[in-house]
Design a binder for this molecule. Sequence first.
Ligand code: HEM
Length: 592
Amino acid sequence: MSSGVGIVGVLVVLYLTNFAYRLFRNVNAAKSIGLPFLVYPIDPSNIIWLLTSVPLRPWLKRILPAQIWKRLTLTIYGWEFYEKRRPFEEYAAPQGNQKSFLIASCGSLELHTADPIVATEVLRRTNDFKMPPLTGLLLGQFGHNVLTTNGERWAKQRKVVASVINERISKTIFDSTVCQTTGMLDELLFVGTDRERGSAESTKMFDMIKQITIHVLSEAGMGVKAPWRSKDGEKLRSGFKMTYIEACKVVMESVTGPIIIPTSILLNWPSWLPGYRKLKQLGIAKHEFPMHTEILLNQERQRIWDKKTSSGQSNIMSQLLQAAEEQENEAKALSKEELNGNLFLFTAAGFETTANTLSYAIVLLARYPRWQEWLFEEVDALMSTDVSVSPEYSSVFPRATRIMAVMLETLRLYPPVVHVLRTNETPQELMTSEGMISLPANSSVIINHIALHLDPDVWPDVNRCSDPSWVHTDNNELPDESTFRPSRWINPLGSARPMYQPPKGCFLPWGHGPRVCPGQKMGQVEFVAVMLKVLQRHRIDAVPLIAEKPREVEQRLDGLLSNSVPKMTLIMDGIYDAGTTGGVGMRLTSRK
Ligand code: HEM
C-alpha cells in the first residue's frame, strides 16, 4: 500500500517537475526572442482543457474575477473572435510591439500574431511551418488528404486537387446552386404565409442554406443526384440504413469532436448512456460513408470506362479519377486511401465554411437592409425579369462585384476560420515587421485572422468615394474598420481593378501561400448564385418577435452576430437545427 502511494507520489512530482521545467524553458525562450510575452502556469493545448474550456467559457466568464478572466480567456480555443484586438492593444503594445505576442506556458511556446509579414512568411514556408497533427486526427478519419499531410505527400495531393478544381467545376457549381436555391424558394413560398403576394416566413431558412451547400457538394463533388426535395432524389440502397447525403450530414456535423470515437464503440454505444441516439447515428454514418464513397467511385469508373463523361458531365470525383488515372508514374498518383480522404475533405472543408458565410451575410443584410437596396441595383442589371430564365455563369459571375463585396466584407468581419495554426519541428529564423526573430523548435504560430481583418492601419475609410450617398448619413458609433460597409471593396470607376486588393497578408479568410484554400472560387461561385436567386424577386428581413420594436429586432440580430461560437468554423449560436433550437425567423417579401 505504502509503496503504491510512493509510486503515485513520484509520478506526481515528475509530472509537476516537467510542467515547471517547460514553463521555465518557455519563459526564457520568450525573453530571448524579445517579443512581448504573457506567462501562464497551465498548458492551454492540453486536450482536456481544449475540449472542456469551450463549453465552460460562459460559466468561467461569469464566475471569475474580471482581471483573471481577461487573461484566462486567451487560453480558450477561438478567443480571437471575442477579444478582437484587445490583447494586442492591452498587453503587446505596452511591451513595444502591437502586432505579435508570445504565450509562455507549460505547453508549447505560442506566437500569436496579427503581423502581415509573419503571416505571409509562415504560410509561404510550408516545409518549415507544418500543419499540426490534430488536424489529421479530426479530418483524416476516412484517409489522409491534402489538409492533413505535409511535405512531399501534401505536394503530390495538392497538385492533383488543384488541377481538378477548374472552370468546368465552377460552371457545374453555379448551375447546381441556382437549381438548389430555386428549390429552396419554391418550398418557402409554397408553404409561405402570404402566397398570393409571394412572401414567406420561416425559422428554417438557415437549415435550408446548409442543405443547399451540402446538396451542391454532393452533386458537383460526387455526382450524386440531389434534387431539392428528397422524394425525387437519392434512394436508400439495399443493405444501407442511410443515403449518402444523410450519412454525409451526420458525419460533417460531428467533425469537431465525436468523429474521433472509433466506429465500433459508436455502433455499440449503450442505450442508457447520454447521447445514445446521436452517437449511434454517427456510428452508422461513419460505417456507411466510406461504403457509399466506394460505390460512387466504382460507378464513376464505369462511366469513364463507357466514355459517358465526354458528354459534358463534370464533377470533382470524375475529375479526380481521371487525374489519378492520367498519372503514368504510380508514385505521383493518389492512392485509394488518399482518393477517399480527399473526397471526404472536399465536403468537410467546403460545406460549413460556405453555408456559414451565406448565413452571416443574410443576417447582416437583414440587420443593415439598406445594403440590400445597393445589391438590388446589381441584381436587376444581371438577372432576367423572368424567374424561369437561368442565369449564365460566364456572363453573370464576373460582373457580380457588389455581391462579391458583400461576401468579402462578411468574411472580413466573420471569417469561418478565425485563425490558422502551424508548428515548426526545428528552430526557425522568422521575419517580422520589427526585424528577425529566432523561434525554438516545436513552437506554435497562431495567425489571428480577426485581428488582421480589423487592423486600424489598413481598413478605416478604404474607398469612401464608392459609398452610396446614404452611408454618410449613418450615425454609427463603431469605428469604420468594425463596421459592415461592403462598398469599401469597390474601387472607383476607371480603376485598373474593379475590386479593392488589400495589402499582402492583411486579408486571409482563405489562408495564403501554397496551401491557400483551393475551394476559394467554388465558395465564391456558390455565394453569388444563392444571392442572385434569393434577391432576384425578394428582400430579406428578420421576423419580429411578439411586440418587438424595430430597434429591438436590430439589437437581437446584433446579439446573434456577437454570440457566435468558434467551433471548427465560426457559427452563430442557435441558427441551425431549428427543430431543436427554435431557429431564427426570417421573412422573404416580394419586391416586384
Ligand atoms: C467561404 C468558403 C471557404 C473558406 C472561408 C475557406 C477557408 C479555408 C482556409 C482558411 C484554409 C486554409 C487552412 C490552413 O491553412 O490551415 C482552407 C483550406 C482548404 N480548403 Fe477551404 N474554405 C472555403 C471553401 C472551401 C471549399 C468550397 C472547398 C472545396 C470544396 C475547400 C477546400 C479546402 C481544402 C482542400 C483546403 C486544404 C488546402 C491545403 O492544405 O493545401 N474550401 N480553406
